[in-house]
Design a protein around this ligand. Structure first.
Ligand SMILES: O=C(NNC1=NCCC1)c1ccc(Br)cc1
Length: 325
C-alpha cells in the first residue's frame, strides 16, 4: 500500500496537523519524527482538559490491559494514559491493529491547543514509552506492507504540505536527493550535518550532530553558529525574558546555508523570521536559536519547510534524503 496525507499548518507554522482515522473518528494529529508514541485525546481525558478537541472513543478498540504510557517532550509538554489496539488510517494506508495511546492526562500546552488532537510519532520504536512493553509506531506497523519502506515530508511555509508513505513523488522536489546515514542509537533520525554559511557564499565549519524533527518548530544550532548568524542582524540580541534571540520585525534576516550529504541547502531569511513576541508586532523571535543543554542540534520545521525529506528504511542502515523544494 501507499498514501498521501495533508499537513496543515497552525498559526506561524507552530506545528502541522494531519487528519488521521483512529477507530471510527478522524482526529488532527501532529506527525512527530522526534518521538515514537501515537497518543490521542480521548473520552477518558478529563473534560476540563479536553474541551474543544476531537476525541477517540476507546470502545471501538481492544484494551491492552495493564499497559500505560507517559511521555515528556523537549519543550516541557507531556501526556500520559492507557493503551488500546485499534484501526488507524493515514492517507489510505491502514494499520489494522495499531497501539493507540489514549490520554488520561495532558499538559497545559496540549489542553490549550484545541486544533491538536494528539501526536503520531515517527521516530524509532525503541523510544516508545509504553510499559511494560514498547509498542510499534504507525510507520513500523505498516512498513512491511508499503510499496517501499519509507515516508517523505514536504512541509510548507503558511500552506498545506504533505506526508507520503511508501513512495517518493518526484514532482515535489527539484534536482537530486542527497542522502546521509542515520544513527538510531538515541531513537531519533540523527545524522551529522556539515558546513554552514550566513547570507551567501561557501560553507565552512560544521554544525555536527543533528536530528530531523518535524515535531519541533524551530532550528536549534550550536552557539557559535547562532552567534555568527545574528551578528549579521543589526537589531538582534539575546533576550533572556523571551528565552532566545529577538530582533526588530522590520529587519530583513539573512539566509542560512547548510551542507548535508555533500549538497548545500538554503533556508531563506523570510523562513527564519518566526513570529512577533507580542501583539505589537515590533519585536520578533528568530527561527534559529541555541541548542544549549539539548546535546545535539535540531532541524525542526523552520528548516524542514525549505526542503523535501525522505525518511528511508529501505536499507539495513536507515538514511535521510534531502532535496530542494
Ligand atoms: O520533543 C521533541 N520533539 N517533538 C515534540 N516537541 C514538542 C511536541 C512534540 C524533541 C525530540 C528530540 C530532541 Br533532542 C528534543 C526535542
Amino acid at each position: 500500500q501507499s498514501g498521501e496525507v495533508a499537513a496543515n499548518p497552525e498559526q506561524y507554522d507552530e506545528s502541522y496537523l494531519c487528519p488521521v482515522q483512529v477507530g471510527q473518528t478522524t482526529l488532527n494529529l501532529d506527525f512527530d519524527t522526534g518521538s515514537a508514541d501515537l497518543w490521542v485525546f480521548s473520552t477518558l481525558t478529563p473534560k476540563s482538559e479536553s474541551t474543544g478537541h476531537s476525541l477517540y472513543n476507546p470502545s471501538t478498540g481492544t484494551k491492552k490491559s495493564g499497559y500505560t504510557w507517559d511521555i515528556s517532550y523537549g519543550d516541557g509538554s507531556g501526556a500520559s494514559g492507557t493503551v488500546y489496539a485499534d484501526k488507524v488510517v493515514v492517507g489510505g494506508v491502514t494499520a489494522t491493529s495499531q497501539a493507540v495511546e489514549a490520554a488520561t492526562s495532558v499538559s497545559s500546552q496540549f489542553e490549550q491547543d484545541t486544533d491538536n488532537d494528539g501526536l503520531l510519532g515517527l521516530a524509532f520504536s525503541s523510544i516508545n514509552t509504553v510499559e511494560p512493553q514498547a509498542q510499534k509506531t504507525f510507520f513500523d506497523s505498516v512498513k512491511g506492507s508499503l510499496a517501499k519502506p519509507l515516508f517523505t515530508a514536504d512541509l510548507k511555509k503558511g500552506a498545506a504540505g504533505t506526508y507520503d508513505f511508501g513512495y517518493i513523488d518526484s514532482s515535489k522536489y527539484t534536482g537530486s536527493i542527497s542522502y546521509v546515514n542515520v544513527n538510531t542509537a538515541n531513537g531519533f533520525w540523527e545524522f551529522t550535518a556539515s558546513g554552514y554559511a550566513v547570507g551567501s557564499g561557501s560553507v565552512s565549519g560544521s554544525v555536527g550532530d543533528a536530528i530531523a524533527d518535524t515535531g519541533t518548530t524551530l532550528m536549534y544550532l550550536p552557539t557559535t553558529v547562532v552567534q555568527a548568524y545574528y551578528n549579521k542582524v543589526d537589531s538582534a540580541d539575546y533576550d533572556s525574558n523571551q528565552g532566545g534571540y529577538t530582533y526588530d520585525c522590520s529587519e530583513n534576516l539573512p539566509n542560512f546555508l547548510i551542507s548535508l550529504g555533500g549538497k548545500t541547502f538554503t533556508v531563506s531569511g523570510t523562513d527564519i523570521n518566526f513570529a512577533p513576541v507580542d501583539s505589537s508586532g515590533e519585536t520578533c523571535f528568530g527561527g534559529i536559536q541555541e541548542n544549549t543543554g539539548i546535546g545535539m542540534s535540531i532541524l525542526g520545521d523552520i528548516f524542514l519547510k525549505s526542503v523535501f525529506v525522505v525518511f528511508d528504511q529501505t536499507q539495513s542502515t536507515p538514511r535521510l534524503g534531502f532535496a530542494a523544494q
